[in-house]
Design a protein around this ligand. Structure first.
Ligand code: SAH
Ligand code: MG
Length: 194
């Protein structure tokens, strides 16, 4: 669809890390197959993934949080273009401090890589019993698996934080996690005993 393509081109030009095609396709399929209706997203950027997820079915509702004011504005405008403003709510706040009411079937974490544990711990309180938490960018362009690719201190710091997150997931008593090698690698975490 033309409008999706326009967002993809815009993101590429402005260096905004929206989901890769196979990753977003996997996510949308997952939403369809598991009949997911209420979604909370951490990290809207320009609204691309929120729009894709909301487009899976017309009874899906997305709440998405973006701290950057300019991206928030672009997200709002894109969402209006797709006539999805009744079903996608964008919140312009830092997700670390934001209070969200209600329960969701899916929580999609795709924001600052260093805060994944904080986001997970905070927002699992907003997860339905049978809900799942999906996190993006666990490979960080391959740097997590092949550390010889790390060029900067900043990258080293992020890789360490992603590894810590993976460790946190692997040792979590409350959730079981599986990893899917699509896009930049995602994790899917389910509550045990469900
Ligand atoms: N999910 C989007 C891409 C998100 S990119 C898509 O696939 O289309 C990550 C976004 O998270 C960036 O726009 C960044 O500004 C935002 N972000 C990072 N840390 C955040 C935080 N603590 N709270 C809210 N947004 C955050
Ligand atoms: Mg991402």
């Amino acid at each position: 669809m033309k409008m999706f393509k326009e967002m993809e081109v815009y993101a590429k030009e402005k260096n905004i890390p929206i989901m890769q095609l196979d990753g977003i396709n996997y996510l949308c399929n997952y939403i369809k197959e598991n009949n997911i209706k209420k979604i909370l997203e951490i990290g809207s950027a320009i609204g691309y993934s929120a729009i894709c997820m909301a487009s899976v079915n017309d009874d899906i509702e997305v709440t998405t949080i973006e701290r950057d004011k300019d991206r928030y504005e672009v997200a709002l405008s894109n969402i209006r273009k797709f006539k999805l403003d009744k079903r996608i709510r964008v919140i312009n706040e830092d997700a670390i401090n934001c209070e969200i009411e209600g329960l969701f079937d899916l929580i999609f974490i795709d924001a600052s890589k260093g805060h994944n544990i904080d986001f997970f711990q905070k927002y699992k309180n907003n997860l339905e019993d049978k809900g799942v938490i999906i996190t993006d960018n666990l490979s960080f362009h391959g740097l997590v698996e092949d550390e010889s690719l790390i060029k900067t201190k900043n990258q080293r710091g992020l890789v360490n934080k992603i590894k810590k997150y993976i460790d946190f997931l692997d040792n979590n008593k409350e959730f079981t996690t599986k990893y899917i090698l699509v896009g930049d690698k995602i994790s899917i975490s389910y509550r045990n005993n469900n």
